[in-house]
Design a protein around this ligand. Structure first.
Ligand SMILES: CSC[C@H]1O[C@H](OP(=O)(O)O)[C@H](O)[C@@H]1O
Ligand SMILES: Nc1ncnc2[nH]cnc12
Length: 311
């Protein structure tokens, strides 16, 4: 019987993208449906457990399907603020996000994995993209958009699976475009000139919102196609994305599982709890306390418990 509440904090979350709708080797203990000041998340949040590699005790993981359980949210419709806020409210401090991406480089072959270290925002400003608005102004640093500590753990796990079917590129420039139509050939070639490695439609505003909420965020990208720039390879299509995703799903699941195992060890406790990000979001708030309206306090308190009410 799966519960509808879970009373312990959950520090790690996986946001599953196209083709990753669950983590089959984990024990499903609860399904939660939180509501946030920014609405409801794109899917119920599953709490899954797996044994800690160091203590053997069950470690909980939160799993959220980015596009919904039936893939009903287009990239520009994903309620990213509700997703990040809901995860944070459960105690989540580290997010492992998964994404199907197009490759912009010959050397990044379909089914290869990439852990990007940089991103260029090509969304068009139509997605709600910040928690800091409507009476509260805040600016966070985003020079390194992906959490370096989490990325190091992910890279190590990926390399450990090399030879077992996983090919991993340690770094990459991710272009996050506005969809839902794929790029034109001219755009694809422009992104290649910019030095782009891979392209998706989902990393933003997700990564920015995680930073504002003081949550560590890393993205594991799996290449599914060569977008539309390649002279001899097939142009991207949903069928091609799904075909490569399905063909490599077992590797993707093993990769994510290995990362969760590694992050569940005592060694990574501080990293997972994002101690290094404490104050990153709240420290960038420029609005005077005397001007905080009650509804602003309510919203901020949801995101940063104990830091706004009565302060
Ligand atoms: C189905 S192809 C385009 C779609 O795939 C990627 O989704 P996700 O990042 O959630 O894996 C890409 O970003 C687009 O949303
Ligand atoms: N070529 C592509 N462009 C944007 N998002 C993608 N997701 C998978 N392939 C993609």
């Amino acid at each position: 019987m799966v519960a509808d509440t879970y009373d312990k904090p959950v520090h790690i979350a996986v946001i599953g993208g196209t083709g990753i709708h669950n983590l089959p080797n984990f024990t499903h203990v609860a399904t939660l449906t939180p509501t946030t000041p920014w609405g409801t998340p794109s899917s119920p949040i599953s709490i899954l457990t797996h044994p800690s590699p160091t203590t053997g005790l069950p470690i909980p993981i939160a799993f959220l399907a980015r596009h919904g359980l039936s893939h009903q949210f287009a990239p520009h419709e994903v309620p990213a603020r509700a997703n990040i806020a809901a995860l944070k409210s459960l105690g989540v401090r580290s997010i492992i996000a998964f994404s199907a991406v197009g490759s912009l480089q010959e050397g990044i072959k379909p089914r290869d994995f990439v852990v990007p270290d940089q991103i260029i925002d090509r969304t068009k400003g139509i997605r709600p993209f910040t928690f800091f608005e409507g009476g509260i102004v805040g600016h966070v640093g985003f020079g390194d958009p992906f959490d370096e500590g989490l990325s190091a753990v992910v890279r190590k796990c990926g390399h450990a699976l090399e030879g077992e079917g996983v090919v991993l590129h340690d770094k990459g420039l991710l272009i996050c475009m506005e969809g839902p139509a794929f790029s034109t050939r001219a755009e694809s070639n422009l992104y290649r000139q910019w030095g782009g490695s891979v392209i998706n439609m989902s990393a933003l505003p997700e990564a920015k919102l995680a930073r504002e909420a003081e949550v560590g965020y890393v993205m594991i990208c799996m290449s599914t196609d060569y977008d539309c720039w390649h002279a001899t390879e097939e142009d991207v299509s949903v069928a091609l994305v799904m075909e490569n995703m399905a063909a490599n799903a077992a590797n993707a699941q093993r990769f994510v599982g290995a990362v969760l195992d590694a992050l569940s060890s005592e060694e990574h406790k501080d990293l997972v709890q994002a101690k290094h990000l404490v104050g990153m979001g709240t420290g960038g708030i420029s609005t005077a306390k005397s001007a905080w309206m009650p509804e602003v306090i309510e919203r901020m308190e949801y995101l940063f418990p104990g830091q706004f009410k009565g302060k």
